[in-house]
Ligand binder design. Structure first.
Ligand SMILES: Nc1ncnc2c1ncn2[C@@H]1O[C@H](COP(=O)(O)OP(=O)(O)OP(=O)(O)O)[C@@H](O)[C@H]1O
Ligand SMILES: [Mg+2]
Length: 227
C-alpha cells in the first residue's frame, strides 16, 4: 500500500477583510506534491490577497493555512521566515529581480539566505540558467535582459532551493504571447521534473491549461471549476 503523501498546502476556511469588506470568505483548498492549480477570477476578486496569505506575506483574519504540515499562524516570525525561504518560491508579473545583482547572483540569492556554500550555489544556479536557456547572460545585470529573459531568471530563482510550492502571480501578464508560452512550458516541465506544486494566478486560459485543475474567486468566494 503506498504511503499517504502529506499535502503541500492545506487552507481551511480562510477569511480576510479590508476596511470591513470581505476580500476572502471561508476559502478552503488543498494541494498535493507536484500539483498545479490555476487560480482565476476578476480583478479585485482577492487572488493576490489569497496568494499572499498562502505565502505567509499577509495574515488572514481567521482560518488555518498549513504549508508542508506547518500551521503558519503558530510559527514565530523567525520560523515563518525560515519556512518561506526553504519551502516557497515566488514568481511575479514584474519579475522583482534585484537590480544591482547579476543574473547568476539573483538565482543564487535564495541559496545565500539558506547558507549554502558558494561553489554549490554557483553550480546549482548555472545548471538552472542552462535549463532555462539564459546561461549566456549569467554575468549580465537584469536591466539588460528582455522581459522573457527576466522571467526565465525569476523561474530559476524560484526553483533553485527546491521548494515544495511555487506561488506565481500572473507570471505571463507582462510578456508577449510567444514569451508567455515559453515561460508556461518551462513552468510545466520544471515543476514536473522536481515534483514542485504550483499555484498559478492568471487571467489567461492559455496559462490555465498547463494546470491539473482550476478554481476561481468571485467576491472572495472560491469556486471549483469542475463543480
Ligand atoms: N492592503 C490593502 N488595503 C485595503 N484593501 C486592499 C488591500 N489589498 C487589497 N485590497 C483590496 O482587496 C481586494 C482584492 O485585491 P487583490 O489584489 O487580492 O485582487 P486580485 O484578484 O489580485 O486583482 P487583480 O486581478 O487586479 O490583480 C481589492 O478590492 C483591493 O482593492
Ligand atoms: Mg492581483
Amino acid at each position: 500500500m503506498p504511503l499517504p503523501t502529506q499535502p503541500v498546502l492545506e487552507c481551511h476556511a480562510v477569511s480576510k477583510q479590508y476596511d470591513s469588506r470581505f476580500v476572502l470568505r471561508s476559502v478552503s483548498l488543498q494541494l498535493a506534491p507536484g500539483e498545479r492549480l490555476a487560480l482565476t477570477g476578476p480583478s479585485g476578486s482577492g487572488k493576490s490577497t489569497l496568494l499572499n496569505c498562502l505565502g505567509g506575506i499577509d495574515r488572514p483574519d481567521s482560518g488555518d493555512i498549513l504549508v508542508a504540515g506547518e500551521n503558519l499562524a503558530l510559527l514565530s516570525s523567525d520560523a515563518l521566515a525560515t519556512l518561506r525561504r526553504e519551502r516557497l518560491g515566488n514568481i511575479f508579473q514584474f519579475f522583482h529581480l534585484l537590480p544591482t545583482l547579476s543574473v547568476r547572483e539573483n538565482v543564487e540569492f535564495p541559496l545565500l539566505l539558506l547558507g549554502v556554500p558558494a561553489p554549490e550555489r554557483a553550480h546549482r544556479a548555472d545548471a538552472l540558467l542552462r535549463r532555462v536557456e539564459i546561461a549566456h547572460r549569467a554575468d549580465a545585470l537584469p536591466s539588460t535582459l528582455s522581459g522573457g529573459e527576466m522571467q526565465r531568471c525569476a523561474i530559476a530563482r524560484a526553483l533553485v532551493h527546491q521548494p515544495a510550492l511555487i506561488l506565481a502571480d500572473e507570471p505571463t501578464g507582462n510578456l508577449d504571447s510567444r514569451n508567455g508560452a515559453i515561460i508556461l512550458e518551462l513552468l510545466q516541465a520544471l515543476t514536473d521534473e522536481t515534483t514542485t506544486a504550483l499555484i498559478l494566478v492568471t487571467h489567461s486560459e492559455e496559462a490555465a491549461r498547463i494546470c491539473h485543475r482550476g478554481v476561481s474567486l468571485r467576491d472572495g468566494v472560491l469556486q471549483n471549476h469542475s463543480a
